[in-house]
Design a protein around this ligand. Structure first.
Ligand SMILES: CSC[C@H]1O[C@H](OP(=O)(O)O)[C@H](O)[C@@H]1O
Ligand SMILES: Nc1ncnc2[nH]cnc12
Length: 309
């Protein structure tokens, strides 16, 4: 295989974070592979820059691709270096992320292989994952009432519906429960999440979505259901089941992501993918006056937001 350049000059506003079963985007041309180091450590994988020829306007768009669990799926959900991942993407210019995830279904109507565009999250992680950029001498609080980006979600839903009838079944909204893992849930937990109104469950939407919000990045997850967890009459979830359903529906998953990238590349979405609606928002969330920031925190945050504060 040819060695890819380790730098890329052009603008890259959009990233895809691939999860279980979506470790690459075939059909896209790889033009660079970036090893970015951040004050929060190394990301899960090199960031691949892909060139994508848009269907609608013949434009070539650059997309960044990061593999959440590493190139060989060697990083457990609680070990994913989410701060480094989001910081590395922001540092190369990314302002919008489509994150992909294999999820368990908590509702009969969401069948294995159906897609869901979640609009809410219930946090069941256990506090073992670093979840903020604002600590160690600087405090900030960002709004998180709507944890996903509605503008991105609208585009994703339109694309999903345009593929319906062609093997894609889409649920427009849903509450995703993010559990710690790596063990799957007990039956009592699974039933409790159902009683709470959970639609689907995974181990990876947090802290990814929180960090994207802090980094002023528009973030939307696309979920693909792979199992009925362990509350249903059918067999309990296993990795084999997850991988089997991911594999047999991989073509649809890729078609879906490609359609979303095509749509996001349209000129009308330029402000959305550059997250103009979020630019500058973090400044209103910071509670610590700038001259009182600790030197360590200042150094890290100036790396993330150069020339900002
Ligand atoms: C292999 S089953 C559990 C695993 O699958 C999901 O991964 P991802 O969200 O990265 O697609 C889930 O969150 C767990 O990490
Ligand atoms: N049942 C489940 N629980 C947590 N994460 C999952 N990812 C896929 N299926 C899952």
């Amino acid at each position: 295989m040819a060695i890819l350049p380790s730098s890329y000059d052009g603008p890259v506003s959009i990233a895809v974070i691939g999860g279980t079963g979506l470790r690459e985007l075939p059909g896209f041309t790889q033009v660079a592979s970036l090893n970015v180091s951040t004050p929060w450590g190394e990301p899960s994988s090199p960031i691949t820059i892909l060139h994508h020829q848009c269907k609608h306007n013949d434009k070539t768009v650059a997309v960044a691709f990061l593999s959440r669990h590493g190139l060989h799926h060697q990083i457990a959900p609680h070990e994913v270096p989410a701060r480094a991942n989001i910081a590395a993407l922001r540092s190369i210019g990314v302002r919008s992320i489509i994150a992909f995830s294999a999820v368990g279904s908590l509702q009969e109507a969401i069948k294995p292989r159906d897609f869901v565009v979640p609009d809410q999250i219930i946090d069941r992680t256990k506090g073992v994952r670093p979840w903020t950029y604002f600590e160690g001498g600087v405090v900030a609080h960002v709004p998180f009432g709507d944890p996903f980006d509605e503008g991105m979600a609208k585009v994703v839903r339109e694309c999903g519906h345009s593929l319906e009838g062609d093997g894609v079944v889409l649920h427009d909204r849903g509450t995703i429960v993010c559990m710690e893992g790596p063990q799957f849930s007990t039956r009592a937990e699974s039933n409790m999440y159902r009683a709470w109104g959970g639609s689907v469950i995974n181990m990876s939407v947090l802290p990814e979505a929180k960090l994207a919000r802090e980094a002023e990045i528009a973030y939307q997850m696309i979920c693909m259901s792979t199992d009925y967890d362990c509350w249903h009459d059918s067999a309990d979830v296993t990795v084999e089941m997850v991988m089997g359903n991911m594999k047999s529906n991989a073509a649809n998953a890729r078609r879906f992501v490609t359609a979303v990238l095509d749509a996001l590349a349209a000129d009308e979405h330029a402000d959305l993918v550059n997250a103009k609606h979020l630019a500058g928002s973090i400044k209103f969330g910071v509670s610590t006056s700038h001259n009182n920031w600790s030197p360590e925190a200042k150094k890290k945050l100036e790396w993330l937001f150069p020339g900002y504060f």
